[in-house]
Every structure is written in C-alpha cells, then in structure tokens.
Write a protein of this length. Structure first.
Length: 173
C-alpha cells in the first residue's frame, strides 16, 4: 500500500516581473508615500494570477527585473516593503468583506427560517380550521413557498461566498 503525503516545496516558485522603471509597478494616481502606494492594476493582476496557479502552501518568490534603476540606493528594501504592505492591506480588506458577507448571509438565513416557520405554522392552522381540498392546496402552497424562500437563503449563505471576491484567496500567499 502506498501513502502520499502532502509536502511543501523546498525551493520557492518564482514569479518574474520585467519593468523598464520601478515606478511602473505602482499606481501613478496614488498620492501616498512610496511604501504605502497601491500596486498598478495590471501588475497586481499579473502577480495574483501567477500566485493562484501554485499550490496554497508552497513558498513563492517575486523577482522584479528593472532596466533603469533609480538613483536611490535603498530601492530593493522600499519595493519589498511596499509590496508586502499592499498585499497585507488587501488581505485585511478581504477579511472585512468576508465578515460582512457572512453576517449578511446569517441574517438572510435567519429571515428565511423565520418565514418558513411562519408558513408551516399558518398551513397547519388552516388544515385544522378548514379541512378539505382547498386547505390542502393552500397548505402545500405555503410549504413550497416557505421552503423556496428558505432555500434561496441557504443558497446565498453557502454559494454566494464562493462567487465573491472576498474569498477568492488571491491575497493569502
């Protein structure tokens, strides 16, 4: 019998970015000081798309090759700090968004369960008050309507998160 254990990779996956000037990595419209600047949208998309191709627990290294180095000598440290700051900030925002989405899902689920309970209670009361074909029809309609509403709430709670940017996992590495 063979056993396969999940192992982490010893050497990191390598993502290489080629730019003419280091400023091309960062959003030119962002007035923040250098270590707090946002990444350029294209640069972020490129990096994140490569990160998503690798297994979650594998180490990753980002190599930036620049044609025209700036006059400052501490560029490597500044760029490294800026990129770490940017993705840490994005991860924090995604966490807030996920918590908000889950709270909305719980509220929606509670409303759906309350509506289902009310429909079932009304349908049972109708059956006891007015037995017959019409009350059976109303009871089944209320049961289906309440179940449908509750099902929509369950779907939102469990399925919507997978389609949200909040949990796409793009900033967890």
């Amino acid at each position: 019998m063979q056993y396969r254990f999940k192992t982490t990779r010893a050497s990191p996956h390598r993502i290489q970015v080629f730019v003419d000037r280091i400023e091309q990595l960062f959003n030119s419209m962002d007035p923040s000081p250098f270590p707090d600047k946002d990444l350029d949208e294209d640069a972020e998309e490129f990096i994140v798309s490569w990160v998503q191709e690798f297994p979650t627990n594998d180490p990753i290294s980002l190599v930036i090759q620049v044609n025209q180095l700036p006059a400052r000598g501490d560029v490597q440290e500044s760029v490294q700090t800026a990129i770490h700051n940017y993705f840490a900030y994005r991860m924090k925002l995604k966490g807030f968004e996920l918590r908000r989405l889950l709270k909305q899902g719980r509220t929606s689920l509670f409303i759906g369960l309350a509506f289902l309970s009310a429909c079932l209670l009304i349908s049972h009361m109708l059956i006891r008050q007015w037995p017959g074909t019409w009350s059976d029809l109303v009871q089944e309609s209320l049961t289906i309507g309440g179940g449908s509403q509750c099902g929509d709430r369950w779907k939102f709670f469990f399925m919507n998160g997978g389609q949200s940017d909040a949990v796409d996992g793009s900033t967890k590495k």
